[in-house]
Design a binder for this molecule. Structure first.
Ligand SMILES: Cc1cc2nc3c(=O)[nH]c(=O)nc-3n(C[C@H](O)[C@H](O)[C@H](O)COP(=O)(O)OP(=O)(O)OC[C@H]3O[C@@H](n4cnc5c(N)ncnc54)[C@H](O)[C@@H]3O)c2cc1C
Length: 420
């Protein structure tokens, strides 16, 4: 066959039509439903809609109209950001990418019928389902605490009103009062998160209430960027922070939200504000779907498909994938791999080998930013770390300031990658 412009164009159109033709559904476009409009879900919905150019019908189910990022919520608590600066809406995903945004809770998944049931009563059919519901807390993880106590002892591990409450409680502590944090066991959302939060709380108290004390009860002997945080706490907040690891009973904790007391290894302390961060598990909808093993939903790193149902992909904090930390950056990176796999399966577009990356920045004090990060690839067993980097102790102020500036650029870039 020889090509002239006409036959070439004709072939091109035919090829495009073939590429975008649904492979799964008999009629109409293939349907993807995404549950959870956070870091993973918003990215996946956007990349599937954008990449398929309308060939896939994408519905995003998310109960809230404003999503507050947990990333940078510690900076809000520390007074470095306004709450409004970490709020994101779904308008652009709907208007610019044609995503059907449904503000509702998903309350059930019928894997045989391939439908999602909504709290409002509707039902959504899917060819592929993406779950990125984030975390829930393990019942009874901290004796004396359950979610009904979250207004007295906030977790602030889902951002928004909880972050506001914790900030207000810290700012209204009496002079020389005591703040306690109950840190979570591994694995949990954002490994440096509790320690960045301690830094930000110390920053606020140093300015407003310099004789106040901070106690951290921790069940872990080591934590992310530990040497960097400990160095920074010494430099900025010397003598303010008492970190109690498991050797000194940090894992043997009980709280009493009515009395505002914390018991660490049997020693009871009256506190003025208390941040309880319990052990975590995959968002409950994963359990309802029957795709969890233990607390998390195992996935195949090549495609982020559930190991229990190939029509379901699980992203972000909810999945058990291997070496990546549970972070917004990881969720965003995993979402792009899942989006590519879904487009490949439903529209026959090209699929490249899965590659992932993550960096977690933390602010320790004004202009004192540190980071840890790595790249990853998929193996048949897991998502495996390829190589990594971490800020060094003793870095000069200029480098730390540059690291902080880098984090501001990252936040602006990644949130527009998620929400358009
Ligand atoms: C204090 C703190 C600081 C952090 N800092 C950083 C940081 O600096 N960098 C970083 O990369 N990460 C950071 N993280 C981690 C990051 O926030 C999470 O890892 C990330 O949000 C995970 O994305 P996700 O999509 O899994 O879940 P989420 O972003 O939590 O999104 C889940 C969404 O699903 C919705 N949902 C849940 N159940 C249902 C249901 N049944 N039906 C419909 N919708 C549902 C929820 O409303 C929510 O909007 C931080 C976390 C915390 C707590």
């Amino acid at each position: 066959m020889t090509f002239n412009r006409r036959t070439f164009l004709g072939t091109g159109v035919a090829a495009a039509a073939t590429l975008s033709a649904p492979m799964v559904m008999g009629a109409g476009k293939p349907r993807v439903v995404v549950i959870g409009g956070g870091a993973g879900g918003a990215t996946a919905a956007r990349y599937i809609a954008k990449g398929s150019q309308g060939a896939i019908d994408v519905t995003l189910v998310e109960p809230t109209r404003s999503y507050y990022t947990c990333f940078f919520s510690n900076l809000y608590i520390g007074g470095f950001r306004e709450l409004s600066s970490i709020a994101h809406s779904y308008g652009k995903l709907a208007s610019d990418y044609g995503i059907n945004v449904v503000h509702d809770w998903a309350v059930g998944i019928d894997r045989d019928a391939r439908t999602v049931t909504l709290a409002g009563g509707g039902s959504l059919p899917y060819d592929r389902l993406i779950l990125s519901p984030g975390i829930d807390f393990v019942d009874g993880a901290v004796p004396g605490w359950d979610v009904s106590a979250q207004n007295k002892m906030p977790h602030a591990y889902k951002a928004g009103s909880q972050s506001e409450l914790l900030k207000a409680q810290i700012e209204s502590m009496p002079e020389g009062g005591t703040f306690a944090m109950i840190a979570p066991p591994n694995p949990f959302r954002c490994p440096p998160g509790p320690y960045e939060r301690i830094s930000m709380i110390a920053h606020v108290l140093k300015e407003k209430n310099p004789t106040a004390k901070i106690i951290v009860a921790d069940p872990k002997p080591k934590f992310s960027k530990m040497a960097l945080f400990q160095e920074g706490w010494g430099n900025h907040y010397d003598g303010m922070i008492d970190w109690i690891g498991p050797d000194f009973g940090g894992g043997n904790v009980e709280v009493n939200p009515d009395e505002m007391t914390v018991s660490i290894d049997g020693e009871v302390t009256k506190v003025d504000a208390c941040n309880v961060i319990p052990a975590m598990k995959a968002g409950r909808i994963c359990e309802l779907a029957g795709i969890t093993e233990g607390n998390w939903a195992p996935v195949n790193g090549h495609t982020m498909q559930s190991r229990m149902d190939e029509n379901i992909h699980v992203l972000g904090d909810a999945c058990a994938q291997g070496d990546m930390p549970k972070s917004g950056f990881s969720a965003n990176s995993q979402a792009k791999v899942a989006a590519m796999a879904v487009r490949g399966a439903l529209t026959d577009s090209k699929v490249f080998p899965a590659k992932f990356s993550n960096t977690c920045w933390s602010l320790i004090g004004t202009g004192d930013g540190v980071k840890v990060g790595a790249t990853y690839e998929a193996t048949d067993e897991k998502i495996a770390k390829v190589d990594g980097f971490i800020s060094a102790t003793g870095e000069d102020a200029e480098l730390r300031e540059a690291t902080y500036e880098e984090s501001l650029g990252w936040y602006a870039g990644i949130t527009s990658d998620m929400f358009g």
